[in-house]
Design a protein around this ligand. Sequence first.
Ligand code: ACO
Length: 345
Amino acid sequence: MSASSAKKFKNPRAQYNFQGRSSSITGVGSYVPAKILTNADLEKMVETTDEWIIERTGIKERRLAAGDEFTSDLAARAAERAMKMAGVTAAQLDLIIVATITPDMPFPNTACLVQHKIGARRAAAFDIEAACSGFIHALEVGQQFIMSRTYDTVLVIGAEKLSSITDWKDRNTCVLFGDGAGAVVLQNRPNSHGLLTAVMGADGGCADLLFMPGGGSRCPATFDSVGARLHFLRMNGRETYKRAVQAMCTAAEEALRRCELEISQIKCVIPHQANRRIIDAVGKRLGAKPEQMFLNLERYGNTSAASVAIALDEAVAAGKIQRGDLVLLVVFGAGLTWGAAVIEW
Ligand code: ACO
């Protein structure tokens, strides 16, 4: 057990008398498509510069899924890697939850498609949608099934093919997003605390800051809606930015407070990888040292629900998180939605 968790903390779930049961991440994995789109490539597509993108966002490149590679394919690959690490077979999975805003299609849900692709015939499967905050929401939902003893093995995935809803003519948004998937296996692990707490919040009054107007019941696809580019995401970047910093800090502080933790006890903070400036502002306000903050957005951009799941996998692979370390995930996205989770790894 590493030094960061040597100090005491409170398990907020202990009051529910779970008799030692925990919802722990026993495997993590991620997958990003092979194709790289650099800032130099974007300079040829819209009026932008590598310098502007790096200075305003910190992003250098992002991944793009192939035409015949869908969100469920990215999700299935990440899932298989997480299952391998957990030593879990498809037959053992009780439930698959996919967080996404880019399902393969409006229905059936992407989790069902993943269930078929990985051969998890026993598993129930559903999606949840909380945009970039989706992974923490899905983790918290998955956790409930483990702690209630309804299920023993839950696969939680964040997966996006954002390139399919990106307006490649809109420089305000097209430089920001990328494709990818991250997954974890949740199981009870004796003598561990696992997911200690998850804070979730929303403000539907700000739904119009970041949204996709077309494709739902309000604006079904028509020739006109396609012509008006209503099937691409739209964002008021400046307003979203302000609210992101505020909401992420408040959520993280609440999660730490519930666990009676100081930020110095956290080994690794994994923020939603939307914008380097947002991450720096959040880290500063939380009092985290730069070496506590994990960043990979320069390589992937904002992959929405996949973002913190991919980053978690990479942080573990890089040896930045060891068993017993405390990890803080903090997210923000459309809805608006936000969340923070503390995990004993
Ligand atoms: N290249 C060059 N110039 C650009 C580009 C670009 N790619 N994009 C915008 N500009 C211009 C604008 O037109 C504007 O020009 P003007 O002043 O002449 O009007 C100028 O740059 C400044 O634009 P701002 O929008 O004010 O730039 P800002 O510094 O706010 O950065 C950004 C924009 C990067 C989008 C930032 O606001 C941001 O990161 N917002 C939050 C994004 C986020 O966190 N989203 C939530 C999660 S996403 C999800 O849930 C799916």
